[in-house]
Design a protein around this ligand. Structure first.
Ligand code: Z5A
Length: 212
């Protein structure tokens, strides 16, 4: 690696926690301060696999639960060469959902274990930092009605939150919990400080492998 690498930063959280809002603000702020940064999101709906996933989420098609789990994972793997290339070029990637959403959403379905759900994502580029935007369901409800996509109902979202809590017990991942009930600007300034620190710490380290 000839130059300092970029950091891999992931935002996770329940529905309407503000992930997309904060990813965009963070990328903008980093770029303004002269640090190369780009946003990515999962699912990445523009690829062929992403289009299948998108129609599933929009309830336009039905996919068996194991199958769709593997497709979400495949959608991450197909972007790995690009992610590595950008990180090695010194670009910090700010990612809206990642393997943790994959595991939390599928394992919230009946008869899925956390371990089974993690397997397909073992070895993905490991995030240097995963920020979990914590938001109480009643505050989330004030941010608007659920949409019409699959999974957008409060019972399922509560089960997803519990699975995230289990995943956050894993010390091999650098989790930080952020109180997302505060104003957009206050949440942003906390996130920015955490990111600047991790970018400095990770720039000379190799990219890790998730859950390995
Ligand atoms: N899924 C899966 O099953 N397996 C996988 O492997 C992956 C995902 C990767 C689609 O994801 C679904 O796929 C998702 C998980 C599943 N299902 N669900 N539910 P998505 O990323 O496309 O989901 P989304 O619906 O676009 O994101 P979101 O969770 O609903 O929203 P968000 O990104 O967290 O929030 P936001 O769009 O930034 O903000 C929501 C609103 O709140 C908006 O009006 C903001 O202006 C407002 N907002 C934001 N922050 C604040 C604060 N601080 N105060 C007040 N208002 C705020």
């Amino acid at each position: 690696m000839s130059c300092k690498r970029g950091a891999l930063i992931v935002l996770e959280g329940v529905d309407k926690a503000g992930k997309t809002t904060q990813c965009k603000k963070l990328v903008h702020a980093l770029q303004q301060s002269g640090r190369p940064a780009e946003m990515m999101r999962f699912p990445e709906r523009t690829t062929q696999i992403g289009q299948l996933i998108s129609s599933y989420l929009e309830k336009k098609n039905y996919l068996e639960d194991h199958t769709v789990h593997l497709l979400f994972s495949a959608n991450r793997w197909e972007l790995v060469p690009l992610m590595k290339k950008k990180l090695e070029q010194g670009i910090t990637l700010v990612v809206d959902r990642y393997a943790f959403s994959g595991v939390a959403f599928t394992s919230a379905k009946p008869d899925f274990s956390l371990e089974w759900c993690k397997h397909p994502d073992v070895g993905l580029p490991k995030p240097d930092l995963v920020m979990f935007l914590q938001l109480n369901p009643s505050v989330a409800a004030e941010r608007g009605e659920f949409g019409t996509e699959r999974y957008e109902n409060s019972t399922f979202q509560r089960a997803v939150q519990q699975r995230f809590e289990q995943l956050m017990k894993d010390p091999s991942v650098n989790w930080k919990v952020i109180d997302a009930a505060r104003s957009i600007d206050i949440v942003h300034s906390d996130i920015k400080v955490l990111c600047e620190n991790i970018m400095n710490m990770s720039e000379n380290l190799p990219i890790g492998e998730l859950w390995k």
